[in-house]
Design a protein around this ligand. Structure first.
Ligand SMILES: [Zn+2]
Length: 245
């Protein structure tokens, strides 16, 4: 069956989202220059965890230890590009709480996870180890958990979408409304922020874009691994001491 495309979980309370992001990591407060003035507008902040911290990752369900270890191994692919320490201690509260066997693949973005009730997952996985999209889906979802947004929403993405076809396709395959398509595919991130590099078609955070949904010859195949620019973005968000990104 078709796995639904990932939707990030957006908190209802934008002000709370902003406040936890700044409290966790003051560098999350972005300013953009507009006509010589610095200003902040709604949605104008990043959601990275405090640099240098340890991030505890737990599981919500009682899945087999072998599955947990598999997921941990995939998640740890991100770790060398950060200045974070990942721990997997079920005895402690999870900053990130993973639910396997879920209905969808989804995650909060970075510090938004702190707004979820502590008995609720912050990252859900529909995919299981029998699925060929298991690894790249976990890499993608955990990219969100570390604060990355969808790459196809990069302000400079400039994807030549054939919008009527996109609406039809997503309605037929996933029962998405026009509003859901607009939000998840067409609403670009507000600005290029301090850590955002150039638009990256190879990013693990990019949706698949099939040629039939674009005007002209334009597509993005399934990206299955963390790209060079993904790693560079992560090193910028979580810099190690005495290194240049
Ligand atoms: Zn996603």
């Amino acid at each position: 069956m078709n796995t639904h495309p990932c939707k990030v979980i957006s908190p209802d309370n934008l002000m709370a989202s902003f406040e936890v992001a700044i409290k966790e990591n003051p560098a999350n407060e972005l300013t953009l220059t507009s006509g010589g003035r610095h200003k902040r507008s709604v949605g104008q902040w990043s959601k990275f965890w405090g640099n240098g911290r340890s991030l505890n990752i737990t599981f919500v369900n009682a899945e087999p230890e072998t599955l947990r270890k598999q997921i941990e191994g995939i998640i740890r692919q991100w770790e060398p590009s950060t200045n974070l320490t990942f721990t997997f201690d079920q005895a402690l509260n999870g900053d990130i709480r993973i639910k396997t066997g879920a209905q969808t693949n989804e995650s909060y973005v970075g510090t938004d996870a702190t707004l979820a009730p502590t008995d609720q997952p912050t990252l859900s996985l529909f995919v299981g180890p029998q699925d060929n999209d298991f690894e790249w889906t976990i890499l993608h979802e955990f990219g969100h958990a570390l604060g990355l947004q969808h790459e196809h929403l990069h302000p400079k993405a400039n994807i030549p979408w054939d919008k009527p076809k996109v609406y039809d396709y997503y309605k037929a395959h996933y029962q998405w409304t026009k509003e859901q398509v607009d939000y998840n595919l067409f609403t670009l991130l507000p600005t290029v922020d301090f850590m955002q590099g150039p638009y990256d078609k190879e990013s693990i955070m990019h949706y698949v874009v099939t040629n039939e949904l674009t005007i002209g010859d334009w597509e993005v195949p399934r990206n299955t691994r963390i790209s060079k620019l993904d790693r560079r973005n992560m090193r910028k968000a979580y810099p190690k001491a005495n290194t240049t990104p």
